[in-house]
Design a protein around this ligand. Structure first.
Ligand code: GLY
Ligand code: MN
Length: 464
């Protein structure tokens, strides 16, 4: 938890921005897995954590921008709870630690909201994503389930995004720590990779490193020789010689700040020339993005600049032909990189995605493209100091997608489909760093960059 003043100041700013009505912020509850008492690891809602720092289930809060009054609702533990969980601080003491003066039992929340509704006051709430909280909103505000997302307060969403999107120095310190743990995860995998291992063995070791130094992974680990499947969560294959293994994994530390890195490793420890040729294009796109990421520049333009490097590189290898700018304008790069260059990162690995990707990743004057790849760009905004974003270009050879474009003749004048056939078993490459935008440009988060050049990766692998 940060200093009390951090939370007080965040809430004051939130109330100033919203200005009217009541602000309702719901924490998360425990979620049962396969029987009631066997629960998934508890994860607090990130906006609740941001404004209150209280990392416990079954809490909610109400802020009144009119009076500045702040309430936390929650129940103190009783003797039955203490038997199983040990003594717990009173809700009033927990709230006082983060500068909140008023507390009440959870059941009083419904009364508070009903009274406000009777007076015709607006109740601002964020889009719920957990069924437990949807049920609460249904019961307390009488909202239909299918209208809940639309009923969420745009004013509150925009206010929360405007605060959370630029990170304070205390947050950057935490993200640096998460990235250091991410470094340890990835370097461990590089050193331990051996032919004949099942992918899952490496996943287990990486996640062990993560859990030893943090609380959980920031998202389900991707570790696969089928890196052309962007979010491949199967880890049951045996590591075979001559393949590429995409490892996309990150840590979430005790404060819940995240890291997210991808490296692509040659399974046998040495890249083939064919692999190096593609790898170095992706690396050039990654380096370009970091160097181009400056305050005032849109990340959409950085995405398109990285796309240009990819298209130029594939043209140099004879896989594409034609004018590079024209190919980028037509979206040829989407065949090879059908995802965006990056996303915001913070308390969520895809920061604030629950609030709506366009609110988080797009300035009011920007609209989302429809093109394959660019249309998946989660962060397009004009960069400002304090943004924390990922830089994750990739090149993938997805046979089904190539065949589809070939069959439709889509962008056929630019693509050497015959040559592409020899890449059908290539897999994919993605290289991802986490960046902080500073007044002078971008810096890679964490004390050290995870080995990334061909030489660095080969020198690190098989050294355990
Ligand atoms: N690292 C997973 C993702 O960004 O989607
Ligand atoms: Mn990512």
């Amino acid at each position: 938890m940060f200093e009390k003043q951090v939370y007080i100041s965040r809430r004051r700013k939130l109330m100033e921005k919203v200005g009217d009505g009541l602000i309702l912020l719901l924490g998360n509850s425990e979620a049962s897995c396969n029987y009631p008492d066997n629960q998934y690891q508890f994860r607090q809602d990130s906006s609740f954590l941001y404004f209150f720092g209280l990392d416990k289930p079954d809490l909610a809060a109400v802020l009144d921008p009119g009076t500045g009054e702040e309430w936390v609702f929650g129940d103190d533990v009783d003797i039955d709870d203490i038997i199983w969980m040990g003594p717990q601080p009173f809700i009033a003491d927990q709230a006082a630690e983060v500068g909140v003066a008023h507390t009440a039992p959870f059941a009083k929340l419904a009364d508070c909201l009903m009274e406000a509704q009777k007076k015709g006051r607006t109740i601002h709430f964020l889009p719920p994503y957990r069924n437990h909280n949807k049920l609460l909103l249904h019961r307390m505000l009488g909202l239909d389930f299918d209208r809940m997302k639309a009923g969420a307060s745009t004013k509150l969403i925009e206010a929360v995004v405007s605060l959370r999107i630029t990170k304070e120095p205390c947050e950057i310190e935490e993200i640096d720590k998460a990235c250091n743990l991410g470094y340890a995860m990835h370097v461990t995998a590089m050193k331990m990779m051996r032919l004949g291992m099942v992918e899952q063995e490496l996943v287990g070791v990486m996640e062990g490193v993560c859990r030893s130094g943090g609380v959980m992974t920031s998202f389900p680990t991707i570790l696969s020789q089928h890196g052309e499947t962007l979010h491949n969560h199967r880890h049951d294959a045996v590591l075979a010689d001559g393949r590429l293994c995409v490892i996309d994994a990150g840590a979430e530390i005790a404060s819940h700040y995240c890291s997210d890195n991808t490296r692509t490793l040659p399974t046998g420890g040495k890249f083939t020339q064919k692999q190096k040729d593609i790898y170095n294009i992706v690396l050039a796109a990654n380096d370009y993005a970091r160097e181009a990421a400056f305050p005032g520049v849109t990340y959409r333009d950085v995405h398109l600049g990285a796309a240009k490097i990819i298209v130029q590189g594939l043209k140099n290898l004879g896989l594409l032909r034609g004018d590079v700018d024209e190919m980028v304008a037509e979206g040829v790069q989407g065949l090879f990189m059908p995802h965006g260059l990056g996303h915001n990162m913070g308390l969520d690995v895809h920061d604030m995605e629950d609030l709506g990707e366009n609110y988080v990743g797009y300035d009011p004057d920007q609209t989302r493209a429809r093109q394959l790849g660019l249309g998946s760009l989660r962060m397009a905004r004009r960069l400002v100091p304090g943004h924390v974003i990922t830089d994750e270009p990739g090149i993938y050879f997805i046979p089904a997608l190539i065949e589809k474009w070939k069959g439709e003749g889509h962008n056929a004048r630019f693509i050497n489909f015959d040559r592409l056939e020899s890449y059908y078993d290539f897999g994919g490459i993605r290289l991802e760093d986490d960046l902080l935008i500073t007044p002078k440009g971008a810096r890679i988060l964490g004390a050290k960059r995870i080995p990334i050049t061909v030489e660095e990766v080969e020198a690190t692998m098989y050294t355990d």
